[in-house]
Design a protein around this ligand. Structure first.
Ligand SMILES: Cc1cc2nc3c(=O)[nH]c(=O)nc-3n(C[C@H](O)[C@H](O)[C@H](O)COP(=O)(O)OP(=O)(O)OC[C@H]3O[C@@H](n4cnc5c(N)ncnc54)[C@H](O)[C@@H]3O)c2cc1C
Length: 433
């Protein structure tokens, strides 16, 4: 049996190794458009590779994670991931890589990294495993056309075989094909390297970017670049979409975990609005479950008026808000810098409470520079069999990795999806007659 895997990324490489282990007699070839395999994995996690997540951050071990918890980390694909993680979850990822000599360590939020803090450890382990198992890897092979096997006429060239045509003019054939070509390009509606899915009748969900930061053309805010605010919340105005966590002010606007998470939850809404929308920042947010014990803005202001009537408002600020930002927020509430708490009055107190709990900024564009961006959308999950990831329309054609309409927030969940779906497709293929 000849198996062709398109894309030597995270999903393609683990899938190739597993295919060969499950079907040692098969000829497994990975066709990669780029110059080297695993180029993206080498830069993941800022070069440290956040390879997976224990799921401890959402309170449950991977296999036990419920649909509600999984939806928080996989806004797209949580149902399918719940099913697939049973068979290849974070514990399996840890075991799989340990068997390849990659030891992992856990950091905050359940994030797993190689103990070497070097993504090349993961890249080298996958390359070594492919070599040992006898997987062929061909680089500079960008698939541009995929032709399904013809049925019936045994005289035709591609009877029972998939025909693969590459950009460099070469062709190949295979009994089964696994597409692991990564996130679709939002601009072209095709894979990064071509529209080979066109004409195959595979349903796709229009791709849009996810995990980006917000451009906010507010000079005063941008002057505070480098400021981090812990325990804040950010909401897409006019929706229920709100995320909690740290916010980072950058020289182009807002970033940080809460913003990246909101960009994921609101990926479609923001795309539909052309990345022009209002967001409300709650600078003094509790964790949403009341666990941080942070007082409400109203209660905190009233307390200051009672306790520090003679002190200037600038001199007492919330624990999580650095003093430079605090001065900026007082200005936004139209309060004089020398104003004392006792002089605030009910109108001043109301304006300050409004700024602390719903400070509105206009987003004008998004930035993906050096962020862990992924694609929301791709091959529709309804187009594949849930247990094997084989196309419902074309037997012998499988999909794995980011090309599927599965994507996650940051924290190692995206690579986990690549490992899980890569292994699932390999097992599905191995079970084929
Ligand atoms: C900068 C950055 C950092 C990230 N860091 C993390 C992290 O720390 N943790 C995490 O969980 N996720 C992270 N992600 C997301 C994660 O890297 C991806 O979700 C994951 O790599 C997807 O795996 P994949 O195999 O589906 O796709 P990819 O890893 O993108 O691999 C797809 C491969 O297919 C090839 N290809 C595409 N088209 C063709 C074609 N026509 N013919 C042949 N080959 C083709 C591509 O060249 C590529 O090598 C990061 C993403 C970015 C951009």
């Amino acid at each position: 049996m000849r198996i062709a895997i398109i894309g030597a990324g995270a999903a393609g490489c683990i899938c190739a190794v597993e295919c060969k282990r499950l079907r040692p007699a098969a000829e497994v070839t990975v066709y990669e458009a780029g110059k080297v395999p695993l180029a993206k994995v080498a830069v993941t996690g800022g070069g440290r590779c956040n390879i997976a997540n224990t799921f401890a951050g959402i309170g449950l071990a991977g296999k036990a994670a419920g649909r509600r918890e999984l939806r928080e980390v996989y806004p797209r694909g949580y149902r399918l991931m719940q099913k697939l993680l049973h068979d290849f979850g974070p514990e399996d990822t840890v075991r799989w890589f340990a068997a390849e000599g990659v030891r992992l360590k856990e950091e905050d939020g359940g994030r797993l990294f190689p103990v070497t803090d070097d993504a090349r450890t993961v890249v080298n382990a996958l390359l070594a495993a492919m070599k040992r198992e006898g997987v062929h890897v061909l680089t500079g092979k960008a698939l541009c056309r995929l032709t399904p096997p013809t049925a019936g006429d045994t005289a035709t060239e591609n009877h029972g075989q998939w025909q693969l045509s590459f950009k460099d003019g070469s062709v190949a054939s295979a009994d089964a094909v696994v597409i692991c070509a990564g996130g679709m390009k939002a601009e072209k509606g095709a894979s990064e390297h071509g529209g080979f899915l066109q004409g195959l009748g595979i349903d796709t969900v229009p791709p849009v970017p996810s995990l980006f930061t917000f451009n906010i053309p507010d000079r005063g805010l941008r002057e505070l670049m480098g400021t981090t605010v812990r325990g804040a919340a950010v909401k897409l105005a006019g929706t229920r979409l709100e995320t909690h966590g740290d916010i980072l002010i950058t020289h182009w606007g807002l970033s940080g975990p809460a913003v990246l998470r909101l960009s994921s939850y609101a990926a479609r809404e923001l795309a539909a609005r052309g990345y022009k929308a209002d967001i409300c920042v709650r600078w003094m947010a509790d964790s949403g479950d009341g666990e941080t014990g942070q007082p409400s803005a109203d209660a905190w202001i009233k307390d200051n008026i009672a306790r520090y009537p003679a002190r200037q408002c600038t001199s007492v600020h919330p624990d999580n808000i650095p003093s430079r930002l605090w001065e900026f927020l007082l200005q936004r509430a139209a309060l004089r810098p020398d104003l004392r708490w006792g002089e605030l009055g009910s109108k001043g107190a109301a304006r300050l409470a409004a700024v602390l709990s719903a400070d509105t900024y206009h987003i004008d564009g998004q930035t993906r520079f050096r962020e862990e961006f992924v694609t929301c959308g791709g091959v529709a999950l309804s187009a594949v069999h849930a247990d094997t990831l084989e196309s419902r329309r074309h037997p012998g054609l499988y999909f794995a990795g980011e090309i599927l309409d599965i994507d996650a927030v940051t924290g190692g969940f995206n690579l986990q999806a690549a490992w899980t779906t890569g292994i699932t497709a390999a097992r599905g293929l191995a079970a084929e007659d």
